[in-house]
Design a protein around this ligand. Structure first.
Ligand SMILES: Nc1ncnc2c1ncn2[C@@H]1O[C@H](COP(=O)(O)OP(=O)(O)OP(=O)(O)O)[C@@H](O)[C@H]1O
Length: 315
């Protein structure tokens, strides 16, 4: 658990972070969201002591971080940033292995970990491991950055716009990876973004920041349903709030499940259980249909989603 209590950071006269209180429970993904300059990165960098706080207290599992050795503290906090920060003259494998090396892991354990992480992040443990950062695409470099942050098996992950510089498709795929990895590893994560859709997708809870303050700290659903102020309402976009709510729920929660899987009828489109209700609605509109079948990984039809029900549950 990470606790920020009355934390303030000034740069000269300017207040970048203004007396914030924030608790991040173990295993949850807290996304800090807000416009440029609102204090998100400063908050993150105070947690791993890259920046000292001006006042207040930051506790990790009940212990004040100022009492910890900063290096030991950082080794327990994976840190991934937009510019990746990879060492240009080191191979991908060496970049990923940097924290295990600092932790003095035996070489074999470190190499196994690197291979495991390359596979986890969808990179090729054979060919990609030997590449240098300049030989990677932007998306691959970001994957390596995230792999490096995970390498020492830290309890905490700090991620500062790690997918910020990517095109929409690569970004979407890395967000999916991030959700998958999070389900598997359950790290306490603080994730910074200025993109509310990214925040809604990834967060257990979102902290909306404005001018150094936390305006609202709540679940994605509560933020969409009950924005605390006009500022939050504008940030989430009033017009497509209903669709954003649908995006938070999956088909599996709404579908009528067949007693037994069956052969699907030949239809134009179908859904997977993990698809969002937003995708379900969009496909129904596109196909001008009242219901869509849900298929499992083997292609068997396991249930049906119907539009009337979807709209009833809807927002
Ligand atoms: N080293 C510094 N010296 C002086 N002012 C700084 C420094 N770092 C940040 N600031 C100021 O603190 C405020 C908060 O900056 P911060 O980088 O935390 O914002 P942010 O929300 O992460 O923004 P962005 O989304 O653009 O990265 C800004 O006004 C910024 O100019």
């Amino acid at each position: 658990m990470i606790e920020l209590k009355g934390v303030t950071r000034r740069f000269g006269e300017a207040v970048a972070v203004d007396n914030i209180d924030l608790t991040i429970e173990t295993g949850e993904v807290c996304v800090l969201v807000g416009s440029s300059g609102c204090g998100k990165s400063t908050t993150l960098r105070m947690i791993n002591r890259l920046l000292p706080r001006t006042s207040g207290q930051i506790l990790v599992d009940g212990e004040d971080i100022n009492k910890a050795d900063p290096e030991a503290l950082r080794l327990n906090m994976g840190y991934a940033i937009q510019s990746t920060g990879l060492f240009p003259h080191w191979t991908v494998a060496r970049n990923i292995g940097v924290v295990p090396t600092l932790l003095k892991w035996p070489a074999q354990k470190r190499d196994e970990r690197v291979t495991e992480l390359l596979a986890l992040l969808g990179l090729d443990p054979e060919t990609d491991a030997r590449k240098y950062p300049h030989q990677l695409s932007g998306g691959q470099a970001q994957r390596v950055g995230v792999a490096r942050a995970l390498a020492g098996d830290p309890n905490i992950l700090l991620m500062d716009e790690p997918f910020g510089a990517l095109d929409a498709i690569t970004r979407e795929s890395l967000q999916q990876e991030m959700l998958r990895i999070q389900r598997q590893l359950n790290k306490t994560t603080v994730f910074v973004t200025h993109d509310i859709d990214e925040a809604l997708k990834l967060a257990s809870r979102i902290a909306v920041m404005d001018q150094g303050r936390i305006i609202q700290h709540d679940t994605p659903e509560a933020i969409l349903r009950r924005p605390a102020s006009a500022f939050v309402e504008n940030l989430i976009g009033k017009g497509d709030r209903g669709l954003k709510l649908l995006a938070l729920r999956t088909v599996s929660g709404l579908m009528e499940r067949h007693p037994e899987p069956r052969h699907p009828e030949p239809v134009t489109d179908s859904l997977n259980e993990s698809d969002s209700l937003r995708i379900a609605l969009s496909l129904m509109l596109w196909n001008n249909t009242e219901k869509l079948p849900v298929l499992d990984a083997s292609g068997a039809e396991v249930g049906i989603v119907n539009r009337e029900q979807l709209l009833k549950v809807g927002a």
